[in-house]
Design a protein around this ligand. Structure first.
Ligand SMILES: [Zn+2]
Length: 94
């Protein structure tokens, strides 16, 4: 559950979530086999993701969640925007 990329001074955590493991709305279809096993397991993953988000947000972090199916360029764009926003809020951290 560690972020994939961290900007410690800006307190930005970036997660690139796997479509299956994190139940992406496009590709995270219910598994057809062993649903008794996978259903609760995947639901726990998602619940843990949200708990991690909340803990980070409560601690003053900016959380970026990307899906593995997203274009790397669009993820990079979101990260760049978040960095710029945080820089505006925390000019001393430059
Ligand atoms: Zn996906």
């Amino acid at each position: 559950m560690r972020p994939d990329v961290v900007f410690p001074r800006r307190r930005i955590a970036v997660f690139v979530d796997g479509c299956f493991w994190h139940c992406c709305p496009i590709h995270g279809n219910e598994p057809r086999a062993n649903t008794d096993y996978w259903g609760p397991k995947l639901a726990r993953n998602v619940a843990r993701d949200r708990a991690v988000d909340e803990a980070l947000l409560a601690d003053g972090w900016t959380v970026i969640r990307a899906w593995e199916h997203e274009e790397p360029a669009s993820i990079a764009d979101r990260v760049a925007r978040a960095l710029a926003e945080v820089a505006d809020r925390q000019p001393h951290a430059r």
